[in-house]
Write a new protein. Structure first.
Length: 418
């Protein structure tokens, strides 16, 4: 190619890119981007409402664990309720049917952890309300009744046992969810027995596992009639205590637990980092869910909104640019070459659905080095064409910035947003 023709082509490219900076700039919510990134990486469905699930890792790895799966399903329920995107209803329905396909509908028979069963109860109660499918609600009611019968005990004044048939610990991780699950069933059926059970569970937890100033203790162990108290707090337990307190009108308790979490847990306002590939990796998901509901229900955005937004911003800013996945370590960059676990990414999904980050997408160019230029964009799929009017094709395996040799043929670019 002659020098004049090369310059002309480059000039055309520069003009087109410069035009795109303003023409293609758009403000959108990170909620849609993170949801699409998460489901593209992990959601798998037969389309028949049977074998539908979130896979363990980006490359497969089978199913997640029973309780991790329930949390991932509930995040889709949250996404629907936060965004009112009706497309999420079909995903909720498929996931709940897929859960029954794998685990049946009598969960105490397949899982001895009472908290696991209660999380599933919440999924099916909320999913049933959101989709209008009363059969899901009925499954929730049946399983709650079964697990309450085996877990509630008058030892040490009441409370739910954590694991059956061991019955040697009463944990916040089962009593908080138990109070919430019972209240949801009260909302659905209007049966005051569920309200009474919710109240009894909550006030037992408050009397035994609450320090009176916002800190929720982890559990008590009972061995040979000797009671041992574990006082370690987690965002899981802080969150479910807030959720139950909000439902039962105990707003002072909920605020105390929220304030304790903000001032005494985490670092610099960012929620605690629990590490990856372990049971605790998704704990901040639970806190975000119930903290957001409390803040919205009680009109407390002025008090807590900037704090929750700070965490959502961190989840977005430390995402991986190549696929927009973000892990649970919000003080560190999501690693580029890691095969991520769905469980490790769920807290970022929850945070960005609850407190969307508004972002501006622009297409721009930079001078990368001698003889090369860079094409930069915030998110979406880069497309190219040899003609300004198209047709344009998706470019695969490219990420921003995409470098272009100045000796290339005439080339035009645009970004297809999700």
């Amino acid at each position: 190619m002659g020098q004049t023709k090369l310059l002309a082509c480059l000039f055309a490219l520069l003009l087109y890119l410069a035009a795109c900076v303003s023409a293609s700039a758009q403000v959108t919510s990170a909620a849609n981007i993170i949801f699409n990134a998460y489901t593209n990486a992990f959601y798998r469905s037969s389309g028949l409402g049977k074998d539908t699930y979130f896979q363990n890792t980006q490359t497969g790895g089978g199913y997640t664990t029973f309780w991790e799966e329930t949390e991932e399903i509930e995040c889709v329920i949250d996404a629907y309720e936060w965004t009112t995107n009706s497309a999420y209803k079909a995903i909720i329905t498929n996931l709940l049917n897929g859960f029954v396909y794998k685990h049946g509908s009598n969960w105490p028979l397949v899982d001895g952890y009472n908290d696991d069963v209660l999380w599933s109860v919440m999924d099916f109660a909320r999913g049933g309300m959101d989709t209008g499918m009363t059969n899901f609600c009925d499954v929730a009611r049946s399983n709650f009744t079964s697990v309450f019968a085996r877990a509630w005990s008058t030892n040490d004044g009441g409370g739910l046992w954590w694991k059956y048939p061991d019955n040697d610990q009463k944990n916040a991780c089962v009593n908080g969810p138990g109070a919430i699950a019972a209240y949801l069933l009260y909302q659905i059926y209007g049966d005051t027995n569920f309200w009474e059970e919710s109240s009894n569970i909550y006030f037992w937890e408050r009397s035994v596992l609450y320090n009176g100033s916002g800190k929720i203790y982890d559990h008590i162990s009972i061995t040979n009639n000797v009671v041992t108290l574990n006082t370690v707090p987690t965002t899981y337990n802080q969150g479910t205590f807030i959720g139950a307190a909000n439902f039962l009108g105990q707003t002072g308790d909920a605020m105390a637990a929220a304030n304790y979490t903000r001032t005494s847990m985490g670092s610099g306002g960012i929620l605690p980092q629990y590490g990856i590939e372990n049971n605790n990796s998704g704990f901040n998901t639970i806190f975000y869910r119930w903290m957001m509901r409390f803040m919205r229900d009680r009109g407390l955005k002025l008090a807590y909104g900037s704090w929750l937004q700070q965490n959502a911003n961190a989840a977005w800013n430390y995402r991986r640019a190549s696929d927009n996945l973000s892990w649970c370590q919000w003080l560190q960059q999501t690693p580029a070459a890691t095969n991520l676990y769905s469980w490790d990414c769920i807290s970022s999904l929850e945070a960005l659905e609850a407190m969307p980050v508004m972002i501006t997408n622009t297409l721009s160019i930079t001078n990368v080095s001698s003889g090369r230029m860079g094409v930069n964009w915030s998110y979406g799929t880069l497309q190219d064409s040899t003609n300004v009017n198209g047709p344009y094709s998706d470019m695969t395996n490219v990420s921003s910035p995409y470098t272009v040799p100045m000796t290339n043929h005439q080339q035009f670019f645009r970004v297809k947003a999700p």
